[in-house]
Ligand binder design. Structure first.
Ligand SMILES: *Cc1c(COP(=O)(O)O)cnc(C)c1O
Length: 241
């Protein structure tokens, strides 16, 4: 486990790299949200990262994340609990299990999953007898088909966006992608610019939709992703080792 000071320094280094990448292309660094990916990290390490100033954490497994979020909340009490994002594949039969702890789901890759998430949010609302706050979601896109196992193809994206945008209980806010593992981050650039072009195209076709978020970039390629317009970067190893 890293010491508190080592962790702090690693976070500072990552933030500096985000700022430098944003500056290179004339973007304001405040446009970019850092999600610290804590999969496989202990609740104690997450609490340490919280103490070091991080507030948004990403998890990729439903089974691991719920209990961890509860443990972290206990460790840092009475401070306000952190914000959790689901970044990994969610089987639609497990959709209900993400709701208690999640603020945003990056990895919606089917209409069925979107429908179930929306329905469960509305169910919770009816129990509480008030209009529920919709859950923020992103659609995961497999920009060049081969990039990863999950994600929508660019071809199926327009019809899914249309269907998802009218669902109650969820609010579509943008797109997410995972670049393939490549030797140089430069090779991931077309994936990131491709996601941005897809988003721009959808935004023109659906003037009423706010597709502001582009979740793209991980430890090995986040600077290139920021240069290409990422608004959310998901970083694990560069922070936690
Ligand atoms: C693990 C993971 C990350 C972070 O990867 P690092 O290379 O550790 O930065 C980002 N996004 C998703 C979906 C992941 O599963």
């Amino acid at each position: 486990m890293l010491t508190q000071e080592e962790l702090r320094q690693r976070i500072v280094a990552v933030r500096r790299r985000i700022v430098a990448a944003a500056n290179r292309v004339g973007r304001h660094p405040s446009e970019i949200t850092l999600v610290a990916v804590t999969k496989t990290q202990s609740p104690e390490t997450v609490a340490q990262a919280y103490t070091a100033g991080l507030r948004i954490f990403g998890e990729n497994r439903v089974e691991e994340a719920g209990p961890k979020a509860a443990d972290v909340a206990r460790l840092i009490a009475p401070a306000a609990p952190p914000i959790w994002h689901m970044i990994g594949h969610v089987q639609s039969r497990k959709a209900r299990d993400v709701l208690p702890w999640v603020a945003m789901v990056h990895s919606v890759d089917s209409l069925k999953l979107a429908e179930r998430l929306g329905r469960f949010v509305m169910d919770l609302g009816s129990v509480e007898e008030k209009e529920p706050e919709p859950l923020s979601v992103l659609l995961e896109v497999n920009v060049f088909g081969e990039a990863s196992k999950y994600g929508l193809t660019p071809e199926e994206l327009p019809s899914i966006v249309k269907a998802v945008s009218v669902l109650r209980g969820i609010r579509l806010q943008g797109l997410m992608t995972m670049a393939p593992v490549v030797d140089s981050p430069e090779l991931a650039r077309p994936v990131f610019s491709g996601l941005r072009l897809l988003r721009d195209h959808l935004a023109r076709a659906h003037a009423g939709l706010d597709l502001r978020e582009l979740s793209m970039g991980m430890s090995d390629d986040f600077e290139v992703a920021v240069e290409e317009g990422a608004t959310i970067v998901r970083i694990g190893r560069a922070i936690f080792g």
